[in-house]
Design a protein around this ligand. Structure first.
Ligand SMILES: NC(=O)CC[C@H](N)C(=O)O
Length: 272
């Protein structure tokens, strides 16, 4: 069975905020569910030595400042950086994207440590606070071409970050037109730069990227029934070929397809 590490520094203790069922379930747990649906076992990672047991890693969403403090406490940063440097597949979703970015803006006073490796600048809370969270249809041609299914993917954005600029080796998988969100904070929008480096004139921000073995999404694929991002990541793992068998990943892909066919037209988050 394929083992995929899931950084599990923020457990259910920070999900007591009540109200929606989502906050009773830890992000790491949801990632594990998504992986299990693909016939893959998610392994919780809390200590540097546990990274030796896995050949790929998901850094889930949560709260990146808190996650960074916990990572620092457990002395995880050197091991995480080494993991990335060795070219092992790593997927950061939301706070995980912030972790992977070489540079972050909009951080709390004093900043926070980053793992880095992904050549981009991310704005930590680009889309605003919790109440400005939203869902939207994103066009992701790469996902449709590799995983099948519709080109549109329903992204769940929760206190979401956005990528303001990327380096030449970064492949942009999805962007988000700013005109479709009237609520955006003008300060974060003015920080977004167009390709010439001009601020304020930009019409869209980047929300999903790939750079070699690094994958990053500003939204939360683990909260939807659409398993294509997980299946896409499994193929990245398979391409590296370390400790995985292609047949297992193929089974995973078949399951994903089965799942896609079964899922309701409106791809609601799995907690509904
Ligand atoms: N849902 C999320 O992971 C939100 C991330 C959040 N913006 C942060 O700074 O960590």
């Amino acid at each position: 069975m394929v083992l995929v590490g899931v950084l599990a520094l923020q457990g259910s203790f920070n999900e007591h905020i009540a109200g929606t069922p989502f906050f009773h379930i830890s992000m790491a747990y949801l990632s594990r569910i998504a992986l299990r649906r693909l016939g893959v076992k998610g392994v919780e990672i809390r200590k540097p030595e546990q990274l030796e047991n896995v050949t790929s890693l998901i850094i889930p969403g949560g709260e990146s400042t808190t996650m960074a403090k916990l990572a620092e406490y457990h002395n995880l940063f050197p091991a995480l950086r080494e993991f990335v440097k060795m070219g092992k597949p790593v997927w950061g979703t939301c706070a995980g994207l912030i972790f992977l970015a070489n540079k972050a803006t909009g951080q709390k006073i004093g900043g926070q440590e980053l793992v880095g490796g992904l050549d981009c600048t991310v704005h930590r809370n680009f889309f605003g606070s919790q109440i400005q969270s939203f869902e939207t249809e994103l066009s992701v041609p790469e996902l449709a071409s590799k995983e099948g299914g519709p080109e549109l993917y329903r992204g769940v954005f929760i206190r979401a970050p956005a990528i303001l600029d990327v380096g030449p080796d970064v492949q942009v998988l999805a962007d988000y037109p700013l005109s479709s969100n009237k609520e955006l904070d003008s300060i974060s929008v003015s920080e977004a730069q167009d390709q010439e480096g001009n601020t304020g004139s930009v019409k869209k921000v980047i929300v999903a990227v790939r750079q070699g073995n690094l994958l990053a999404t500003a939204f939360h694929p683990e909260l939807t029934a659409d398993t294509r991002w997980h299946s896409y990541f499994l193929k990245m793992i398979n391409d590296v070929g370390e400790g995985t068998s292609s047949s297992i990943v193929a089974v995973g892909a078949e399951l994903a397809e089965l799942h896609l066919n079964q899922q309701a037209k409106n791809d609601l988050p799995i907690f509904q």
